[in-house]
Write a protein that binds this ligand. Structure first.
Ligand code: BES
Ligand code: ZN
Ligand code: ZN
Length: 493
């Protein structure tokens, strides 16, 4: 899809569909007012009405999009409105869609255009790889989108479009990976995707295979992967290099290409959707994709421990003790709490970069789905400033995050008699004890854990720019954080 910026007006620019964003506290443009009964459209946020111009305007169809009060407009409002426009365009089989806003562009044309471009690219996404039953009409895509602005806003809007498109493409890339079933996206296949990314971009990609994992002592990744015929991998993706004055940030993502629970097998109804258990890893790959596209002035290292958690003759048993890469031993009491075991190795590995911050994402606990549902990602950290930056990035991107405490009492719940720590802390505070487990492997480095179990995948879309399946959560959040990145002050919480 091509997204351009033009100066002009949606009512005079020809298009198959024109989308016009209107504000609640402002009068309708005169032409539009003539097409609609007073009171049928108030401009309330989320409202939309499709009208036919019958020769009164250049586009045959005009979609009115309510944006709420001008003073209360957010990027999320624009993102959602743009997604609604593109979905309407698709339904109508429009080849070209124009998008405009009433009056001057609020909240800054760059930021507004970025949000609209994101909404358009995210809103067009569907996962159709395995669908052979759809007609051409049903798979139609809008090929041209033009944002119409005033003269003063055009240059700024262009800059925003380029950024928004790159970010949303990164998120859609992550969605494709997450939506791919486990048989097709094995740990080796995920590593292959990372390598392909390295070949297309300036990213430096290294993959450790099973022999190298054995050689290097990656006991956690190996233990979780040992029940599967699909061997584990460890993926390392690097942007930029360590240099004085350039902050280093490590992004770590859980890469369970399928989580059956292992010998602590999941009940059937909880096992479906577990192809999405590499959602954190996909977010890291997607974010790295954007980091290199925007060439951010940072040293960013993406780390994805990839494994398949399966029962089998060689599978990890409950009661086994695993020696992780750090040397710390883990008593495995439930093989379904496997994410934290592979992440222990990846987090310890991150320390070799002496990073300024480690941000880790994982579909870690069912308890987080219960706590926050699909509407927010849980965050826990050892550094308040880092958690606060993530919270702000969540507000800016619409990928909200909400904090949980990591007090010492929760770490105590992981004490084991037979090893250094056990991999489960019981049902109470299950999400927090999982976070406390991870924090045990991050030394003194400012660390934040994002539990995306509730936000990575949804059969019923929660937002107009979502589709059934993967949301790509984390990509936009991480990129926003990295673009705003201020080196973390060491305030231990
Ligand atoms: N991958 C799951 C968590 C999950 C659940 C993600 C639902 C997305 C949706 C994780 O590996 C897991 O099974 N966790 C267990 C931990 C328990 C055994 C302590 C859980 O949450 O039940
Ligand atoms: Zn599990
Ligand atoms: Zn899992």
């Amino acid at each position: 899809m091509e997204i351009s910026v033009k100066t002009g007006d949606v009512l005079t620019e020809p298009a198959d569909l024109a989308a016009l964003g209107l504000f609640e506290d402002e009068a309708l443009p005169e032409t539009v007012a003539g097409w609609i009964a007073p009171g049928d459209f108030s401009g309330k946020a989320g409202q939309n009405v499709l009208l036919y111009s019958r020769g009164d305007a250049s586009p045959a169809r005009v979609l009115l999009l309510g944006l709420g009060r001008r003073s209360a407009l957010t990027t999320e409002g624009l993102r959602q409105a743009a997604a609604t426009a593109i979905q309407q365009g698709r339904t109508l089989q429009a080849a070209s869609v124009t998008i405009g806003l009433q009056g001057e562009w609020p909240i800054g044309a760059t930021v507004a255009a970025q949000a609209i471009a994101e909404g358009v690219v995210l809103g067009q996404y569907r996962f159709l790889r395995y669908r052979t039953d759809l007609s051409r009409e049903q798979t139609h895509e809008v090929s041209h989108v033009a944002l119409l602005t005033g003269d003063a806003d055009a240059a700024a809007a262009r800059a925003g479009v380029d950024v928004g498109r790159a970010i949303a493409q990164g998120a859609n890339y992550a969605r494709d990976l997450v939506n791919t079933p486990g048989y097709a996206l094995t740990p080796a296949a995920l590593a292959g995707e990372a390598q392909a990314l390295g070949e297309r971009t300036a990213l430096k990609v290294t993959v450790l295979d099973k022999a190298q994992l054995i050689e290097g002592g990656y006991g956690g990744i190996l233990a979780v992967g040992q029940g599967s015929v699909n061997d584990p991998r460890f993926i390392i993706i690097e942007h930029g290099e360590a240099k004085a004055g350039v902050p280093t940030v490590c992004l770590v993502g859980k890469g369970l290409t399928f989580d059956s629970g292992g010998l602590s097998l999941k009940p059937a109804e909880f096992m479906t959707t577990m192809k999405s258990d590499m959602g954190g890893g996909a977010a890291v790959l997607g974010a790295m994709h954007v980091v290199t596209a925007l060439d951010l002035p940072l040293h960013v290292v993406g780390l994805v421990p990839a494994a398949e958690n399966m029962p089998g003759a060689n599978a990890l048993r409950p009661d086994d003790v695993v020696t992780s890469l750090s040397g710390k031993t883990i008593e495995v009491l439930n093989t379904d709490a496997e994410g934290r075991i592979v992440l222990a190795d990846a987090l310890h590995y991150a320390l070799r970069y002496k990073p300024d911050a480690i941000i880790e994402l994982s579909t870690l606990t069912g308890a987080m789905v219960i706590a926050l549902g699909a509407h927010a990602t849980g965050v826990m950290g050892t550094n308040e400033a880092l958690v606060e930056q993530l919270r702000k990035a969540g507000e800016a991107t619409g990928e909200r995050v909400w904090p949980f405490p990591l007090w010492d009492e929760y770490k105590q719940m992981l004490k084991s008699e037979v090893a250094d720590l056990k991999n489960i802390g019981g049902r109470p505070a299950g999400s927090i004890t999982a976070g406390a487990f991870l924090a045990a492997f991050t030394g003194d480095v400012p660390f934040a854990h994002l539990d995306i179990a509730g936000t990575a995948f949804s059969e019923r879309p929660a937002k107009p720019y979502h589709a059934p399946g993967a949301t790509g959560v984390g990509v936009r959040l991480l990129v926003d954080l990295l673009r705003q990145y201020a080196p973390i002050q060491s305030v231990k919480s």
